[in-house]
Write a protein that binds this ligand. Structure first.
Ligand SMILES: C[S@@+](CC[C@H](N)C(=O)[O-])C[C@H]1O[C@@H](n2cnc3c(N)ncnc32)[C@H](O)[C@@H]1O
Length: 220
């Protein structure tokens, strides 16, 4: 798979990745990471974590990847064709303010996307999705209906998903992604938060809290 750091692209295989992950138990994968700011924030504020940002577009990743610590990695890949090297790695993952085919894949329940998300998750992995009201409207969905649709598709894809919650302007300001800030300080800050989890088949249902013990909220 292809990694990027600054202007430099490189190939990283499963063995090299395993070496980098060896000392880290908690692995975040941020899908549609944009400029990678969220991944850099997690890597800087949580040294025991390893944070991986994935985006189809390389241009926006150059600056932040250059200044990220060693426990961050940026990969160029489509969310609909996630590299096999990531399978079974994520203890937590995020989709923050998707647009384009990432948004439509989520709303249409694209099997290539949902199967890939399931494949990269460890049992019990937490998934946080944040949806931008303007992007939902551009895709033909109201905030409420779009949130419910994304929830339905994630459930069909095998996730346990809590009802969508509105994200206040204050929550957006506190969320360390570029698009959260754009929304928070823009004209239309409507946004939703969906908290989900990949069930852990090894544990009984009653043992499984919907919210992972350490949620992403602690990074914001
Ligand atoms: C609105 S930006 C959000 C970026 C970042 N998550 C943030 O919160 O600042 C949406 C990102 O999704 C990426 N994206 C859209 N479709 C994608 C796909 N199918 N696979 C991977 N990335 C995709 C775009 O390249 C873009 O960087």
């Amino acid at each position: 798979m292809e990694g990027i750091r600054g202007n430099h692209s490189f190939t990283i295989d499963a063995a090299a990745l395993a070496e980098r992950l060896a000392a880290h138990q908690d692995i975040l994968i941020d899908i549609g990471t944009g400029d990678g700011r969220y991944v850099r924030h997690v890597a800087r504020t949580c040294p025991p974590c390893f944070a991986i940002g994935v985006d189809a577009c390389r241009e926006n990743l150059r600056d932040v990847s250059r200044t990220s610590p060693d426990n961050a990695l940026y990969l160029i890949a489509s969310a609909q064709a996630l590299p096999r090297e990531l399978y079974g790695l994520a203890t937590r993952f995020t989709i923050n303010f998707p647009w384009g085919s990432l948004m439509s894949g989520l709303l249409d329940g694209d099997p290539a996307l949902l199967d890939g998300l399931g494949a990269i998750a460890r049992p019990g992995a937490a998934l946080d999705v944040r949806l931008n009201g303007v992007a939902l409207e551009a895709a033909g969905w109201s905030l409420e209906r779009g949130g419910e649709q994304a929830r339905r598709m994630l459930r069909d894809g095998g996730f346990v998903v809590a009802p969508p919650q509105p994200l206040s302007a204050q929550a957006l300001r506190a969320c360390p992604t570029t698009w959260a800030k754009r929304l928070a300080f823009g004209r239309d800050p409507r946004a939703l938060y969906l908290r989900a989890r990949r069930p852990d088949a090894r544990r009984s249902r009653s043992d499984q809290p919907l919210v992972a013990a350490r949620s992403f909220a602690e990074f914001t």
